[in-house]
Design a protein around this ligand. Structure first.
Ligand code: NAD
Length: 262
């Protein structure tokens, strides 16, 4: 089993879904974890469920000042920061012909700006002379949507392609400037979290499939492994990338999608 004993991690959007699973699996591997989310009630409950040594911080990933105080708070709680999982994200389904500019801006703000600000504050904390200056690991949660063309999720796919590119430029800057921070991303396939289930429903509502079950069936049909992803599949990949077993893996996107994006 991968051992993250002594590592200190912050997971965004960890009040539910994939982030909650990633926080729990990082903790199981020995890391101390701060759960960060805009949803204080659920986030605090997840942190409590992890047990002693873990914590919660309020974070709105779209807000630079919120990041500044959340990272400082996490470092105060954990005594440092080695791992940032940029997981918070939103998906609002729409055909391009029905595009709502406000919805598009929400996705750009949370998925792209939120991830970029996370990288910014992780770099500032983890680079030499930062508040936790021993380097570290950043893992961004992109999506299989960055690697395929699926109808109904144009802006979401664009934001996840942006996360993919951000990852590579960030890894390059970190290396060139001697920050000692590896930066990678993962492309999860469809997982039936609140977001995943909501996507299946809204694809049907947009008239692209006869029902949510038909939408899910179409995704499974396109997936060589013949099933949806699980929270555990995504959390295991993140723990691997965060560990020293992945110490020479830098600036890549790892598909965790049963082959859907191949
Ligand atoms: N579920 C899937 O099928 C799937 C597939 C590919 C990629 N992803 C990506 O994985 C990540 C997690 O997805 P999920 O399915 O767990 O979603 P989810 O909707 O279940 O959970 C998202 C979490 O992010 C939090 N959040 C939203 N806006 C925030 C903000 N401004 N600041 C801080 N936290 C905020 C929410 O409160 C929530 O706890 C997202 O980036 C998503 O795009 C999900």
């Amino acid at each position: 089993m991968t051992d993250l004993t002594g590592r200190r991690a912050l997971v965004t959007g960890a009040a539910q879904g994939l982030g909650e699973g990633m926080a729990a699996t990082l903790a199981d591997a020995g890391a101390r974890v701060v759960v960060a989310d805009i949803n204080d009630d659920r986030g605090a409950k997840v942190a409590e469920s992890l047990g002693d040594g873990h914590g919660f911080v309020h974070l709105d990933v779209t807000d630079d000042a919120s990041w500044e105080s959340a990272v400082a708070d996490a470092i105060a709680q954990l005594g440092g920061l080695d791992i940032l999982i940029n997981n918070a994200g939103v998906e609002i389904t729409s055909l391009i012909a029905d595009l709502d500019a406000a919805h598009a801006k929400t996705m750009l703000d949370i998925n792209v700006l939120g991830t970029a600000l996370g990288i910014k504050h992780a770099f500032r904390a983890m680079r030499p002379n930062g508040a936790s200056g021993d380097g570290g690991v950043v893992i961004n949660i992109a999506s299989v949507a960055a690697t395929i063309a699926f109808p109904g999720i144009s802006i979401y796919s664009a934001t996840k392609s942006a996360v993919d590119r951000l990852t590579r430029v960030a890894a390059m800057e970190s290396a060139k400037l001697g920050y000692g921070v590896r930066v990678n991303c993962v492309y999860p396939g469809l997982v039936p979290t609140e977001m995943g289930a909501g996507l299946a429903s809204s694809l049907a509502e947009a008239g692209l499939f006869g029902s949510p079950d038909e939408a899910v069936g179409a995704v499974i049909e396109m997936t060589p492994s013949g099933r949806l992803g699980t929270v555990e599949d995504m959390a295991d990949a993140v723990v691997f990338l965060a560990s020293d077993q992945a110490k020479f893996i830098n600036g890549v996107g790892l598909p965790v999608d049963g082959g859907l994006g191949m």
